[in-house]
Write a protein that binds this ligand. Structure first.
Ligand code: CMX
Length: 413
């Protein structure tokens, strides 16, 4: 049975050929007009990147390698032997260097967990196989191999980093050892102190899968790809992803949702009427703030990642009061956002639901939530970094314009 690396080595030559043929056939074709508004408007909808692991449809949501979330739920895991050998490989690579432990142990508990996470991941570049191979003059054709090793190390070490941050910041005792006979989600849950709760472990399996990838243009994915394009190693590249994920319009939204819900409860009480909730939502908008967990730059329907978590909650915690509040909000917020008339998508995204599930099982420290998002996002970013190096993706360098230049270009047109 082939290892993951051997399988990749089999697939790469055909994919190089596939890209070559695609470029030969379509390379000179136009991909639609670029509007000046797209330059000012955060490049929304601008075709600009290749990303193979997943594709996001505005109506349908994410597909991972062509499969929807429900299809993945049906199909995974289909290869128990491969899963076991991969779990063992990650367990064998899981230890983090002493100096990275020291860095984390010296962080003040007031430093946000995402900043600590980013520091630790960046520091892993100390042992990067890619950086070392590059210094030794490795050929371009071989780039993907040390990148693969770094990506596997990165993924493998994240549970120890996340667990250490959680226990340091929240005083939750000593970190246990990784169990080489258990899967990644179980080990992550155990390092956080929740391994005994089988439902939480199951939640981690769902959580790690649905947060892993959301095509290439979102801030964390794009930041990783961009930095990787300078041949910065996967630790430096993924550090950039984490810094982007830590923003409130992106991954930090899951923390913001919980803070917003708690504030709402303290303001209008536990079992508030629909009217009172609606008023609170309006007050948020009138205060010039966003409703966290709602809206999306690409999606125009309810995020299937939200629906998958809602299904989990309906099965395992239908009576949880906070889950009921999330359900109540789901009925109210889209109407308010539509009436307010600004948001292009009034429906909930992944972050509207995740915190409630974690809270239910006792992981109540909301500042930590985005760290879990980051652990999962490593899978998508790392996979693309390997493919980018295998396919020889070039340095990213789009053209920027000044407003004066735009005015000049269109002066007489
Ligand atoms: N609440 C209030 N206003 C919102 C809104 C929301 N949830 N969603 C969008 N809007 C506003 C925008 O702020 C923007 O206002 P201005 O014109 O004053 O700048 C206007 O509606 C148009 O925005 P849009 O085109 O619909 O949305 P964008 O593509 O610009 O932004 C996103 C997308 C996600 C940043 C935005 O919907 C938002 O801020 N949502 C709340 C934060 C959130 O949940 N982020 C997590 C997204 C998922 C993830 O990455 O993890």
């Amino acid at each position: 049975q082939a290892t993951l690396k051997e399988r990749l080595a089999e697939l790469i030559p055909a994919e190089i050929q596939n890209v070559k043929e695609t470029r030969a056939e379509h390379g000179k074709k136009s991909f639609g007009p670029v509007l000046v508004d797209q330059l000012y408007g955060g490049m929304r909808g601008l075709p600009a990147l290749i990303w193979d692991g997943s594709v996001l449809d505005p109506e349908e949501g994410i597909r991972f390698r062509g499969k929807t979330i429900p299809e993945c739920q049906q199909l995974l895991p289909k290869a128990p032997e491969q899963v076991t050998s991969l779990s063992k490989d990650w367990a064998a690579r899981a230890a983090i260097p002493d100096f990275v432990e020291d860095i984390l142990d010296r962080c003040p508990p007031t430093l946000h967990p995402m900043s600590q996470f980013s520091l630790a991941v960046t520091a892993l570049n100390h042992d990067s196989a890619f950086a070392k191979a590059y210094q030794q003059g490795v050929s371009k054709k071989e780039y993907w191999q040390p990148t693969f090793e770094d990506c596997m190390d990165l993924i493998a070490k994240l549970p120890n980093i996340a667990g250490r941050i959680y226990r340091n910041v929240y005083g939750r005792g000593k970190l246990p050892a990784i169990d080489a006979n258990k899967d990644y989600a179980y080990n992550l849950a155990t390092l956080l102190g929740f391994g005994e709760k089988s439902e939480f472990v199951e939640l981690m399996r769902l959580y790690l899968t649905i947060h892993s990838d959301h095509e290439g243009g979102n801030v964390s994915a794009h930041a990783g790809k961009l930095v990787g394009s300078a041949l910065s190693d996967p630790f430096l590249a993924f550090g950039a992803s984490l810094n982007g994920l830590a923003g409130p319009l992106h991954g930090l939204a899951n923390q913001e949702v919980l803070i917003w819900l708690r504030k709402m409860q303290s303001k209008i009480g536990q079992n508030a009427s629909d009217e009172a909730v609606k008023e609170y939502v309006w007050a948020t908008l009138k205060g010039g703030q966003v409703v966290p967990g709602y809206g999306h730059a690409v999606l125009r329907k309810t995020d299937p990642r939200y629906s998958a978590q809602r299904e989990f909650a309906l099965k395992h915690l239908p009576e949880d009061p906070l889950f009921k509040l999330v359900g109540q909000i789901y009925k109210i917020v889209p109407g308010v956002l539509l009436e307010a008339g600004k948001a292009k998508n009034p429906w909930p995204n992944v972050d509207a639901h995740s915190g409630v599930l974690l809270t239910h099982y006792g992981l109540e420290e909301m500042q930590f939530y985005t760290v879990l998002f980051g652990v999962s996002r490593a899978f998508g970013v790392a996979a693309q970094l390997i493919w980018d190096r295998a396919l020889g993706a070039p340095l990213e360098r789009p053209k920027s314009y000044s407003t004066a230049a735009i005015q000049k270009i269109f002066k007489d047109k």
